[in-house]
Design a protein around this ligand. Structure first.
Ligand code: NAG
Ligand code: NAG
Ligand code: NAG
Ligand code: NAG
Length: 370
């Protein structure tokens, strides 16, 4: 039937566009959004908008995947030694289970949001005692979520900006062995789940992205399973990495035989926003998602929540915000259409996309040989 509504729909192709639907058409596994448990949102005094929020999160055409923003972190899951608490993480896991969403699980070994009993200057950890703590934590948390995670961020943010290892209780006591131990343990607990190294500022070629390559190679050379590199993708609207930089970096990781995903994408801007900063933001989102659909190794994109009031940004970077795709009144940012555009672009010609992939692979291989 070709009524006036059909014509209108054709003129406004993006108005009912949906992220996960287009992601799948573009060959990705999912477009996802992280979320916090209602408990945490309640404490932030934001319960008023639950219904509309929850409907969008559960709309499979919009999101095919979710991640608990906080609930699976060490601080929540093992707040005291040997005392495990999965209340917060389970809320998000049950949303994923009930609505058939893929779950990216996050994060096992990380220096931040770590339980104070681990990050304790007076605890006097030895390599033996801290190794036992890591094994116990990884094993118990993964065991609890067995069969419910597509992927685990096994080690999060082990690198400094110059590509050297970050100073943390884990690195001070164990050196880089803490990374090997975490991955080796994770692979033993659940061999079928994808094991990721996850970090920020690793989306363009830099000493830090070389550090990621070094970690992947180190694990592989020791015969330890690593399946993926997670690009957090916390960008600033005025100075994001370019499309080409991101494609080159994804291809460099892909050349090691691992998959890649954007795991925490958001693009913050100075608030209040204006048309210019919203346009910068749209371009930044378009380039990140465009890089993911154009570079073969990239399998999915997760944004770090989807609704501005639930973003971590204003708390961490005062004066900045509006980093996600839905404004406070639930209208969409211009970046939403830019993301759809990047994914539609990739669906136009699968043949052309294959050619691009082949060219990218060859470029990565020849870069590898140099
Ligand atoms: C577990 O965590 C939940 C949510 O943070 C909290 O309400 C509860 O008191 C905790 N349970 C125990 C036994 O500490
Ligand atoms: C830190 O370690 C000391 C010594 O083992 C212990 O007495 C203290 O309770 C620990 N602090 C925390 C927050 O667990
Ligand atoms: C818009 O905001 C940006 C900062 O995000 C600022 O640099 C720019 O001057 C603003 N433009 C206008 C027209 O206010
Ligand atoms: C669309 O795809 C072409 C390659 O086919 C690429 O060069 C261009 O950057 C893409 N545009 C967007 C908006 O993703």
């Amino acid at each position: 039937m070709h009524g006036p509504l059909t014509v209108l729909a054709a003129l406004l192709p993006f108005t009912s566009a949906q992220l996960n639907t287009y992601a799948k058409k573009a060959g990705l596994k999912y477009f996802g959004a992280a979320t916090d448990s209602p408990g945490q949102r309640e404490r932030a005094g934001l319960e008023a908008s639950y219904n509309q929020y929850d409907a969008i999160l559960r709309d499979g055409n919009e999101f095919g995947s979710t991640t608990p923003t906080n609930g699976q972190k060490w601080l929540f899951t093992e707040p005291e030694q040997g005392v495990f608490n999965f209340t917060e993480g389970d809320i998000v896991t049950s949303i994923a289970q009930e609505h058939g969403l893929i779950q990216r699980c996050h994060a096992l070994v990380w220096h931040s949001q770590l339980a104070p009993w681990v990050d304790n200057a007076t605890a006097d950890w030895t390599p033996e005692t801290l190794s036992a703590v890591i094994v116990e934590h990884v094993a118990n948390v993964m065991e609890h979520y067995r069969g419910k995670c597509y992927a685990w961020d096994v080690v999060n943010e082990a690198l400094d900006e110059d590509g050297s290892y970050r100073d943390s209780v884990f690195y001070r006591v164990l050196g880089e062995d803490f990374i090997k131990l975490a991955f080796r343990t994770a692979a033993k607990v659940e061999p079928g789940v994808k094991l990721y190294y996850n970090d920020y500022n690793i989306e363009k070629p830099s000493p830090k992205s070389e550090g990621v390559v070094r970690i992947v190679r180190m694990l592989q050379e020791d015969g330890i399973k690593i399946d993926g590199v997670g690009l957090q993708g916390h960008f600033v609207a005025s100075r994001p990495p370019t499309l080409d930089e991101q494609i080159a970096t994804i291809n460099a990781y892909g050349a090691l035989g691992v998959e890649v995903a954007y795991t925490e994408l958001d693009v913050r801007q100075t608030t209040p926003v204006n048309e210019t900063s919203l346009e910068w933001q749209a371009n930044a989102y378009r380039d990140a998602v465009g890089a993911c659909v154009q570079a073969e190794a990239c399998i999915g994109v997760t944004i770090w929540d989807f609704y501005d009031p639930f973003s971590w940004v204003p708390y961490t970077f005062p004066g900045e915000g509006a980093a996600l795709l839905w404004f406070e009144d639930f209208s969409k940012h211009p970046a939403y259409d830019a993301v759809i555009e990047a994914m539609r672009n990739a669906t136009v010609s699968p043949c052309k996309r294959r050619q691009q992939r082949r060219r990218a692979q060859m470029a990565a291989r020849s870069a590898e040989l140099q």
